[in-house]
Design a binder for this molecule. Sequence first.
Ligand code: ADP
Length: 446
Amino acid sequence: MFIFNLLLQKSYNDKTIEEKLLLVQNQCSILGNQILVNQFTIDALQSNLNVEIDQLANVWEGRILVIDSSYRIVKDTYTIDQNNYIIYDEVVKVMRGEKDKNIRMVDDYAEIIIPIVNVDRTVNGAMIAMVSLKDIENTNAYISMQADVLILLFSLMAFVAAFIICNVSVYDINRLNMQISGLSEGQLEDLKVKSRYNELSRLTDSFNALLNKMQVLEDSRQEFVSNVSHELKTPITSMKVLADSLLMQEEVPNEMYREFMTDMVEEIDRESKIINDLLTLVKMDKKASGLNVEPVNINILLELLLKRIKPLAAKRNIEVVFESFREVVGEVDEVKMSLAFSNLIENAVKYNNDGGNVHVSLNADHKFFYVKVQDDGVGIPEECQAQVFERFYRVDKARSRETGGTGLGLAITRNAVLMHKGAIKLYSEPGEGTTFTVRIPLKYVS
Ligand code: ADP
């Protein structure tokens, strides 16, 4: 508003001065004509012309000088320089016809020199009009004052409005903030601020969604901790029972002693397997641990895994077949990929019936490679399919324990696949068999 006011004043000022000067020039030319008619005998005749010039000078709050062709001042409304000669540059130029007029601004005055011209266009004299611009300045000052008052008034109103709007909008934010501060000290509860602003409502909703996610994470963390404690305690409890029963008997037969000790070694192995699996999972969870990605021939990797597993499968007459549709080289972390696929293949053998079949296939397109591990074993009931990737989840606890499972294998597999920005899916029909499909990008993009 301030700048607008300044610009407006400037253009108004320029325009009014321009108009005033134009008016002065017109009136001077009219007077000039009359002076010419009177042949510059202004004072002598005491004519109306003389009075007219004086009146005009009065109206302009200025001074008018009439100069004849010999540069003599024939009329000075101030009478000071009457009959004196005036010769200065601008006057000379106008008199000689070099300039058709001369306008000069001096403080709050404008000096206009215009020639008195004959019919034949020859210059016969000149008029110098000094016009006060004070009236324009005064009007401008008045308008500017009015504008300043208005600006001040508007600024005040804008300030009050801004203050009120800020306070009203901040009110909800403050309430939200108080609830969030309360949350950090107490339980994770949903925020209950109902705001009239859409943005704040959306923020509350997003925050509540985040809180829910945190709650889910917290629940799963607690469940994980209790699962870990339970899983780690089970072998220790068994060992204690075995050791106690040995201690309680006075004379322990050697065979029984050996049998109990063998059981205890098994429990120790189990405990260390759980700890190893847990460590692997924890390492994978730490994003910083990262992947050691390099080009790996997936055909060779799978063949090696199968070579290791085949003898175990053969003991139960399970046939393991590998089918490769093409040579595949993928950018993967070899150790983690081996772990992921070996868990799947081991499970296909573990949860298979004696004499069953395991079919492992490898294929690729221009973006991904696909590994499919298919068995015709016990299958997974539909209601358990979503949970099998969770830590410590087992469909049949007894079977898993019998086969030395920890319930962490599929969790490790899924983590490894996700770290490679891949995907894993399972299809299963209880009693018919299970198929796991894994899709991994050929090129790793971090
Ligand atoms: P575990 O160490 O018990 O094998 P996993 O995490 O590898 O743990 O698997 C979780 C559970 O999913 C297993 O206990 C088993 O019940 C089920 N499961 C996994 N793979 C198969 C499969 N190929 N066929 C049937 N059930 C399976």
